[in-house]
Design a protein around this ligand. Structure first.
Ligand code: ATP
Length: 889
């Protein structure tokens, strides 16, 4: 196909005309060969992202940080004082720091953005006469797209069918109220925001169903044209990193004051201004934890990729941290706790119960003992097939459902009785429909059958039974409704854990359109279908793990209370004798009472999506940190309100995914539990890094202060301090980010939100190690001076004490409570790799003449090394004993 002319009047021509201009067929869609030809011309359906902040600006921003500004100032002043080497190295270090920050930030951003993109948006299209689910990037002009509530519109479409279809177009027009859509022709001058027969890329459908033909893809869509799609850089901050940023700023002020004090004390003691200035600079550069922000971002980013491997995609970084403090997980039942692999097991119609054999979606199996199905039972199967939007496909004997598994199961059971949906639909064409909606809990379709109009209904028994007045008997004749008999049959099915759907009909129904009022009363009840949806095999273990970790698990489902309870018991979410709270019961509780009820009830059934929001709020009022799953459009507010909104990757709508903090790629509950575990691990690793890094800074600050107060030469120079801080943060501290999760993380209670990052024990440990560093480094320095060694050698010893103690202390920090031997000496190879790298660097610093010259170091001998290592081992043992004592207490 050649490039089509650009049209801007799609809204002004009839839908058929639009289809014929595009050489498209609204009934069958494009043929596969045609799709390939068009893709060659139009390319992928993707909007070219507008570049975000350019690399130059991003690099420049690395220098706009308080710490770096201090360093730059120090560099300028040292240059004025003629200390060219010092000044050069200070500038070099800021440059290296900026390069590392630039690269790491870019990497973290890219990884997060790639993850967000990996939650690909999918569409249902009609191609070659069949329905298919495809990534939306594969669309071409002329494709026929089927829209349902919750879909993000994948390209610009001219609608030719719309039923209760409403869209939110704020992404395009800024208007946030929903607009109704239809398929009629509009006047030419209609402005974009009012073209209600078009659906534009990037907008979302919030109710109804519809179909349209693609008129523009990618950059040719309206959204693509105005390029509103700004390349969104993910936010790399979280509550914890923000807290640490605030902490660092305070630290900076405190250090600034201390530096001034050092300068003043030194001057008062009669030292030279130059020397005291260098001391103040040393104090400033030493005490600032420069590696902290980068290390935190990297630790979080590593957590995100670990979670992705466990099929939980983080869309918003703070979620990593919040996950670790989750106290309640509210989960859907269908598809999350269960497999969403529906198989009809029982049919109840006309007072007769029929068992169904077979498994999965394969149509091998039979009803009862294989007898001819007639009367009410046949009508029940017919209703299930007609009131249905799913399709069945088989690939080498593997049967799969396109669409809702509940509906797929109905097609399968009908085929087992010899009723093929494709031929049935030809003889009973659909004229109109009321789409399924979780709040309405039923679906209806209007058909033309042998000259009569019949509306078929399928949905929750609670919705259809009260609207019925008559029922079909075994022969298919209408008789007065025996309500109690039907209700008890349904209870019995639900008691076996079956998901129960009711079928009803209205013969000689409305003329040619169907709306909710047509379904209000006077129905003929047809029968019940009971299907199994087995619990996911890993779900029980995951629920038990959550319970051990002090996390409550609650089931919130649209399904019947009895079915829900039966599954909940199998999964240890509810105990025997426990009862469920239904949406109707919940509706009459006031907020205060609801807060009490949510403490004890674990199963909420027949809940409407809007009620999920109330549940989240009630739990939060009780001080809980709530993770909540959801998949529909109406779940979005609850997902946003929850501390962690979790959307389903497979069953979830685009709206739900957009609102969520995390998306589960395979909808599995076990992935939530795994993500919580990772979240706790990441938080632990952050705390480990902080606990490891602060003593270096405090220790260096103390050494400088002590030297100034004692009136001796600085045991370490500003340059040497920069060397220590930069190299140890990268090669030692960062390795803690790779520390595997400790075995006991899921045996602890959840961390209380709002508790300080460092508890008292850790603050004491930091003080202890700082003092050990002071004693070791300053002590050995004084000893070398006393032995008459040159200053450069004494300083090299002092510097190496810092590095060796930090390396030993790194092993202490691998677990905050247990010894390194306990967590497995080689469980984190990164630590060893880092230690070896660090050893090589220290050897170079100590023995390479070039570095000797730059950093004013000098080679030292075996005696000195032995003393340095003795200090290191001693520090390790002292911290080990402190940990042991605390553990015993
Ligand atoms: P969960 O909320 O745990 O995912 P669910 O699938 O039962 O469970 P909903 O999708 O809200 O929740 O469905 C509510 C009820 O509506 C179901 O229990 C069923 O009775 C009915 N129902 C579900 N799917 C359909 C459908 N496709 N057509 C008609 N009725 C349906």
């Amino acid at each position: 196909m050649s490039e089509p002319p650009e049209h801007n009047d799609w809204h002004h021509i009839a839908a058929d005309e639009a289809a014929s201009r595009l050489a498209a067929c609204c009934d069958d869609g494009l043929a596969e060969g045609e799709v390939l030809a068009r893709r060659a011309v139009h390319g992928e359906n993707r909007i070219t992202a507008r570049p975000g902040k350019g690399p130059v600006l991003r690099f420049a921003l690395q220098f706009v940080q308080p710490l770096v500004v201090v360093l730059l100032l120090a560099g300028v002043v040292t240059a004025f004082l003629g200390e060219w080497v010092d000044s050069g190295v200070i500038f070099g270090v800021t440059l290296v720091n900026a390069v590392i920050g630039f690269i790491q930030e870019g990497r973290a951003e890219n990884a997060l953005a790639a993850l967000a993109r990996s939650v690909s948006s999918e569409v249902t299209v009609l191609r070659g006469g069949g329905k298919q689910r495809l990534p939306s990037t594969e669309l071409v002009p002329g494709d026929v797209v089927l829209l349902a509530a919750g879909d993000k519109v994948p390209a610009d479409l001219r609608l030719f069918r719309a039923k209760e279809l409403q869209a939110i177009e704020s992404a395009l027009t800024g208007e946030s109220t929903a607009v109704a859509k239809h398929g009629d022709v509009l006047p030419k001058e209609t402005v974009l925001a009012e073209r209600s027969n078009m659906a534009y890329a990037g907008t979302v459908m919030i109710t109804g169903r519809g179909a349209g033909v693609v008129v523009a893809t990618g950059d040719r869509t309206e959204t693509g044209r105005i390029s509103r799609l700004i390349a969104e850089a993910p936010d790399l901050t979280t509550p914890l990193t923000r807290k640490m940023a605030v902490f660092s700023n305070w630290l900076l002020i405190a250090i600034g004051l201390l530096a001034v004090l050092t300068f003043a004390v030194g001057m008062w003691r009669g030292s030279s201004a130059f020397e005291m200035f260098m001391a103040a600079v040393a104090l400033a550069v030493g005490a600032i934890p420069e590696g902290l922000p980068a290390a935190m971002t990297i630790t979080l980013a590593i957590g995100v990729s670990r979670m992705a491997r466990k099929r939980a995609i983080i869309r918003k970084l703070p979620a990593v941290e919040t996950l670790g403090s989750t106290t309640v997980i509210c989960s859907d039942k269908t598809g999350t706790l269960t497999e969403n692999q529906m198989t009809v097991r029982e049919l109840y119609a006309g007072g007769v119960q029929l068992a169904v054999s077979g498994s999965g979606y394969s149509p091998d199996g039979q009803l009862g003992s294989g007898e001819q199905i007639a009367g009410a039972a046949r009508e029940c199967l017919l209703a299930g097939v007609l009131c249905n939007d799913a399709g069945l496909t088989s690939d080498n004997g593997r049967w799969e459902v396109v669409g809702d598994p509940t509906e797929g199961a109905l097609l399968v059971v009908a085929r087992k009785a010899g009723l093929d949906e494709r031929s049935v639909l030809k003889t009973c064409p659909r004229l109109d429909e009321i789409p399924f909606d979780s709040a309405r809990q039923y679906m209806a379709t209007l058909h033309q059958i042998e000259g009569r109009q019949v509306v078929y209904f399928k949905g929750a028994l609670e919705q259809l039974l009260p609207r019925s007045v008559r029922m079909l008997d075994a022969d298919g004749q209408t008789v007065p409704l025996r309500q109690d008999e039907v209700a008890s049959a349904a209870r019995e099915m639900a008691g076996e854990g079956l998901r129960v759907l009711a079928m009803a009909r209205l013969v000689g129904g409305p003329a040619a359109v169907l709306d909710q009022s047509s379904a209000d009363a006077g129905l003929e009840f047809i029968g019940l279908v009971g299907m199994i949806d087995p619990p996911r095999p890993q779900a029980l273990a995951a629920v038990n793990t959550c319970h051990a970790a002090g996390i409550a698990v609650k089931m919130i489902t649209g399904d019947h209370a009895v079915t829900a309870l039966s599954i909940a018991r199998q999964l240890a979410i509810a105990q025997a004798g426990e009862s469920a709270l239904t949406g109707a019961e919940l509706a009459v509780l006031d907020d205060q009472r609801l807060c009490e009820v949510v403490r004890t009830v674990n199963v909420f059934a027949r809940v409407e999506p809007e009620q999920k929001l109330r549940l989240v709020r009630a739990l939060q009022t009780n001080g809980e940190v709530v993770a909540m799953t959801g998949d529909g459009v109406n779940d979005a507010p609850a997902l946003k309100q929850a501390d962690i909104g979790i959307a389903m990757g497979m069953a979830g709508t685009e709206v739900a995914k957009d609102a969520a903090d995390m998306v589960l790629t395979d909808d599995d509950f076990a992935a939530i539990e795994a993500a919580v575990e990772e979240g706790r691990g990441v938080y632990d690793n952050l705390v480990k890094f902080i606990t490891w890094t602060l003593p270096t800074n405090f220790g260096e600050g103390l050494v400088i202060l002590a030297a100034v107060v004692a009136g001796v030469t600085l045991p370490i120079t500003p340059l040497q301090i920069l060397w220590i801080n930069m190299t140890t943060a990268v090669f030692l501290g960062l390795m803690l980010a790779f520390e595997p999760i400790e075995a006991n993380v899921m045996q602890r209670k959840p961390r209380q939100p709002g508790t300080p990052i460092l508890d008292r024990a850790l603050v004491w440990r930091i003080v202890l190690v700082s003092l050990l560093l002071l004693a070791g480094s300053f002590g050995l320095f004084l000893r070398e001076i006393a032995l008459g060694q040159p200053l450069a050698e004494a300083r090299t010893v002092a510097l190496n004490v810092f590095v060796v103690v930090e390396a030993m202390y790194l092993f202490n920090c691998r677990s905050l409570t247990r010894s390194a031997l306990h967590v497995g000496l080689f469980a984190n190879p990164a630590v060893w790799y880092g230690v070896v790298m660090m050893a090589v660097l220290q050897a170079l610093l100590t023995y390479l003449p070039l570095l000797n010259r730059l950093f004013a170091t000098a080679p030292i001998g075996v005696r000195q090394w032995l003393e340095i290592f003795a200090v290191g081992v001693l520090a390790y043992l002292i911290v080990g004993i402190e940990k042991r004592l605390r553990e015993h207490r």
